[in-house]
Design a protein around this ligand. Sequence first.
Ligand SMILES: [Fe+2]
Length: 165
Amino acid sequence: MNSSDYYSTISIKSDKLSDYLLNLPYNDLYWEDHFGFNASELSLDWLVKDQGLYAIHNLYPIARLGLIKILPNSFYYWHKDQYRLSCINMLIKDQHSHCLFGEERDDYYTDVLELKYKPRTYYLFNNQKQHSVLNFNKTRYMFSLYFKDELNYNLLKDILHPILK
Ligand SMILES: [Fe+2]
């Protein structure tokens, strides 16, 4: 599995948005169910306040921002997103979790590729490749978004090329 078919690293880091999300009183937020995740919508003001998001939004417009959480001791099943072709993800807080892409190898095995999130780092994510999340003993918080118009991963990779590693 070639990682660049599954995800790409954005070279401009998150600054203000990460500062904010790392210090939230998570329990006081309003959480809604969103495809089995709990999600909390974030203000679009971050599109101009955060240097990384600003760079992405300038190349391809973003419509919605959110924080999503997965409860402890959970495995979110292998799936391809129903409504998203690609997105930008950033891990905010976890203790022990794995984000995996998988390709069926044979009757017994699935080949796996892990996206090892680095701090304050945005990743362009291919939501149309099979993926899953395994989360151990603490709630896992992740930032994610919807672009204004859905576009497949490879086309978006070309558009975001100037800010990809
Ligand atoms: Fe997904």
